[in-house]
Design a protein around this ligand. Structure first.
Ligand code: XMP
Length: 510
């Protein structure tokens, strides 16, 4: 299959470059900028993209490439830092400082006949983020675009098939950026659009069959999209040699266990572990959010290990790791970042388990995982389900978690989600849920005083869950939800709405 290699020079937009290319049905991988020439030859990409990055090419120790990369005869596209690097390594000159640009800019298309700029408007909006820029281009190159500020916003060399842009074609603010990337892939590199989920299913199941053969595989199934699709793909490859362990920790949404059972019991060996008491006993009296998270994470591992050890001849442990996890963990290893919350999910399993790891989704982005899941026949309701945190309702029951509070919250949450579905808003909202607050307030019901719990409604819209806006409901909708929750769920007499964005708030309350 034709592949593109993206070399990572540290830009915050790198994952986006990869997603754009995959969206055009061409396979690509993001690798550190310093991979060896031998690796590149073996990977045999039909094109290479140098990403942007925060450094200055002329700084000491700035990320660099082996100059022989330009002699491999493989087409290259340099983006931002990648442009500056390409240009300066091939004999061009850089200037810095004076013409710093950040944000929207307008480029003039100087070469509408260039294979790279074919079909691009004569003037179009792009997204810039740079202080250095190319002030003299290397021999053999010609200008493709300029702005009022910089003379070379895009340059190219048709003979060598090397192109470079100062702006970021991968972000949406570059209005014709997709077309430029598509020109690079199909006009310049001659790539074939072969990366399709149907092909992937064939290739992945073949690979899984070859790797696993007639051995047994254990998988932690959470009911979320990633572990469900991992399960369905593995089941397609190895059938009943797959055993999935689903741990009911008592912190799940209403009907969740039943839905998992219905979806998977005929597809694979499903073990449902009722560990509700074990989790609730350990959580008794604990109010500190991080402590709650740790207890749930550790208890999950204990329960899972106990069950997995009962499967005597298992050789493999399957995990639903996806490509952003792979990219993020390699980035996180480099830089120290503060822990806001210790996220965990069923992927975080014991390292000491003597099982070999299989991660059949580790090359896929979330959109691709969803598409794959649908192609494998999983229900759309499951595939499009909002994300649910590993520690479950425990981080939505502020303060101490008890069985009674779980029951109250499950009902309230169910009503909110049901009304969101009825109003046709489910797919428009990225995540919605109810939070049970650790306070009681006074109310009046049928002439009597009540003293009961308050719940908060939370609904957000987000692309990446790193930042999020609160969702603006119609007041009539909120009125209906509030009156249903108060009337139908015992022990709740007040409903409030969370109208905080992330940052500074987070999506979950704990
Ligand atoms: P926050 O609250 O950090 O949440 O803004 C961002 C997204 O992550 C989800 N989340 C988790 N997911 N394990 C998970 O698998 C966790 O421990 C966890 N904590 C938060 C949250 O629901 C939101 O989608």
């Amino acid at each position: 299959m034709d592949k593109i290699l993206i070399l990572d020079f540290g830009s915050q937009y790198n994952q986006l470059i990869a997603r754009r290319i995959r969206e055009m049905n061409v396979y690509c991988e993001l690798k550190p900028f310093d991979v060896s020439l031998d690796f590149i030859k073996e990977f045999a990409p039909v094109g290479i993209i140098f990403s942007g990055g925060p450094s200055s090419v002329n700084d000491e120790g700035a990320p660099d490439v082996d100059p022989k990369i330009f002699e491999l005869g493989i087409p290259i596209l340099g983006i931002c830092y990648g442009m500056q690097l390409t240009s300066s390594r091939l004999g061009g000159k850089l200037s810095s400082g004076k013409s710093r640009e950040y944000g929207r800019a307008y480029i003039e298309n100087l070469a509408p006949d260039s294979p790279f700029f074919k079909g691009i408007s004569l003037k179009t909006q792009v997204w810039m983020s740079h202080s250095d820029y190319v002030s003299e281009i290397p021999q053999g190159f010609y200008p493709i675009a300029k702005t009022d500020t910089i003379p070379f916003a895009a340059i190219g060399n048709d003979e060598k098939k090397i192109y470079a842009v100062q702006f970021h074609p991968e972000v949406n603010h570059s209005l014709e950026g997709r077309k430029m990337l598509s020109n690079f892939l199909f006009e310049v590199c001659g790539a074939k659009a072969e990366w399709k989920m149907d092909n992937y299913i064939k290739i992945a199941t073949e690979n899984l069959k070859n790797t696993i053969q007639d051995k047994k595989v254990v998988l932690g199934l959470s009911g979320g999209v990633d572990s469900s699709v991992t399960a369905a793909l593995l089941a397609r490859a190895i059938g009943k040699n797959l055993t999935a362990i689903f741990v009911d920790n008592g912190l799940l949404r209403k009907n969740e266990r039943e839905e998992v059972e219905a979806n998977f019991k005929d597809m694979l060996n499903l073990i449902v572990v009722d560990a509700r008491d074990e989790f609730l006993t350990k959580l008794a009296g604990v109010t500190e959010p991080e402590k709650k998270r740790k207890i749930i994470g550790n208890t999950f591992i204990e329960v899972f290990e106990r069950e997995a050890n009962k499967i005597k001849d298992a050789d493999f442990l399957a995990q639903g790791t996806i490509y952003p996890d792979v990219i993020e963990s390699s980035v996180n290893k480099k830089g120290a970042s503060t822990t806001i919350k210790s996220h965990h999910n069923v992927g975080g399993l014991p390292e000491n388990m003597k099982l070999k790891l299989v991660e059949p989704l580790r090359d896929l982005f979330k959109d691709e995982v969803r598409e794959l899941g649908l192609k494998l026949g999983l229900p759309e309701k499951l595939i499009k389900r909002h994300p649910f945190p590993g520690p479950g309702l425990a981080v939505r029951i502020l303060g101490e978690v008890t069985g009674e509070k779980c029951d109250i919250l499950k009902e309230a949450d169910h009503i909110f989600i049901e009304e969101i579905r009825n109003a046709g808003l489910y797919d428009e909202i990225s995540q919605a849920f109810v939070v049970l607050l650790p306070v009681k307030t006074v109310g009046v019901m049928g002439d009597c005083r009540t003293y009961e719990y308050v719940v908060a409604l939370r609904a957000v819209k987000t692309d990446d869950f790193m930042t999020a806006d609160w969702f603006e409901f119609d007041p009539k909708f909120l009125k209906k939800v509030s009156s249903r929750i108060i009337n139908e769920v015992k022990r709740i007499n007040r409903v409030v709405m969370d109208i905080s964005s992330k940052p500074p708030a987070t999506i979950e309350w704990e």
